[in-house]
Design a protein around this ligand. Structure first.
Ligand code: FAD
Length: 364
């Protein structure tokens, strides 16, 4: 087996980093949520461990929006369990009478999906990242990228980093893959890149139209993260800036205030393309209670990362995800990646589930 990875590291949109004060933060995917069975099994198989963050991912305290009570928020969340058809924005208008709750829930959903709600299918409300409630959240001890690093260890010399695939010659009986001047002939392969990168490969023969259309239809949400080191640990907490579309949290064992902004309008409001300052000021205003350490804030964007170009796939009305076509093999080529994971799309759990599915296909 040969694995080609375009970056100089494994992990893709999972990337853990240690700050100067020792805090391990997640520049990409962070929260292990209820139902992540494939991830939990993988963690156990690799003899890694999860820790409970204490952060209540589904119970963010809204700030700076119209007044809202906790009861109104709870009622709004339960009213959205059967959202009907149309967009999330329409479902909110229809189902959430309190203006304060509507604004807070809209901010929460736009942040989590990274996508504007007017074009987001109300069915996305049933998906994992949209969950409301006081369920626990977890992370991998030492950083979520330990999963990819442990898997890479097992590959030894068959992993080639800094080696992008450029061409796939395929038939029902086998493939020839070109990457970095090397050609590998194999009985089968798995293409596990984001959708735009799969489309840009030179396919010989060209991809069938149904597959091309399914990949071209994938739309991506946008998100960024910001980390401010703390001078002392703070108890777990989670606060949502309703007008600026970001949330800030603290967690057990990590001396940092972590923030996540989601949706193109949030990234514009926070001027992330001009550096971390505006957003860092907004975090300090949102959370004046935290004891910030000296040291620069750390900003991570993904829309300008050439091997990601976005945060994760979104279930849009204008360009729906064709779950079945995205997951279906083409000849001896199988497809993996979060965008191929159906109801688990957009999540680490989806990436893992899709990889297991594709591995089953090529093994068969
Ligand atoms: C800011 C942010 C926060 C997130 N938070 C969470 C969270 O809390 N919980 C959660 O579950 N998920 C979260 N996610 C989503 C999660 O990161 C992704 O769903 C998941 O990691 C995607 O994995 P993947 O394998 O599909 O794609 P990727 O991780 O993008 O892997 C694809 C790989 O393909 C490589 N590649 C691309 N083109 C080529 C080529 N031509 N040749 C060779 N290699 C190539 C890329 O370099 C990349 O390493 C978050 C994402 C972001 C950006």
């Amino acid at each position: 087996m040969t694995v080609f990875e375009a970056r100089d590291r494994v992990g893709g949109r999972v990337h853990s980093r240690r700050l100067d004060n020792g805090a391990v933060v997640e520049l990409g995917a962070e929260f292990v949520l209820p139902g992540y069975d494939a991830l939990r099994e993988t963690v156990a198989r690799l003899r890694l461990q999860l820790f409970e963050k204490g952060t209540l991912y589904g119970d963010r305290k809204p700030r700076d929006g119209p007044p809202v009570t906790r009861d109104e928020l709870v009622a709004a969340a339960s009213g959205l369990r059967e959202p009907g058809s149309g967009s999330i924005a329409e479902a909110l208008e229809r189902l959430v009478p309190s203006a304060g709750a509507r604004e807070a829930v809209a901010a929460r959903l736009a942040v989590s999906s990274g996508y504007e709600l007017e074009d987001q299918d109300a069915s996305a409300l049933a998906e994992g990242a949209a969950g409301f409630g006081d369920f626990p959240s977890h992370g991998v001890v030492g950083g979520n990228d330990r999963i990819a690093l442990s898997l890479a260890d097992r590959l030894g010399g068959s992993l080639r980093t800094s080696t992008a695939v450029t061409r796939v010659v395929w038939s029902a009986d086998g493939v020839t893959v070109r990457a970095g001047g090397e050609e590998v002939v194999a009985a089968a392969c798995i293409v596990a890149t984001p959708a735009p990168h799969a489309l840009e490969l030179e396919w010989d023969p060209p991809l069938p139209q149904w597959k091309h259309e399914a990949l071209a239809a994938v739309r991506y949400g946008q998100a960024a993260k910001l980390f401010l080191p703390l001078a002392a640990s703070a108890p777990p907490s989670q606060t949502l800036s309703v007008p600026l579309r970001f949330w800030t949290w603290t967690q057990h064992g990590v001396e940092a205030a972590s923030s996540f902004a989601g949706s193109p309008s949030a990234l514009e409001l926070l001027e992330v393309d001009h550096g971390p300052e505006r957003w860092a000021d907004a975090v300090r205003r949102l959370r004046p209670d935290l004891d910030y350490a000296d040291g620069p804030p750390l900003l991570q964007t993904w829309h300008d990362d050439p091997w990601a170009r976005g945060a994760y796939s979104a279930r849009t009305l204008s360009s729906p995800l064709d779950d079945e076509a995205l997951a279906r093999p083409v000849g001896a080529v199988s497809f993996a990646g979060e965008h191929t994971a159906g109801e688990w799309h957009a999540l680490m759990e989806g990436a893992l589930r899709s990889g297991l599915r594709a591995a089953g296909e090529v093994t068969r």
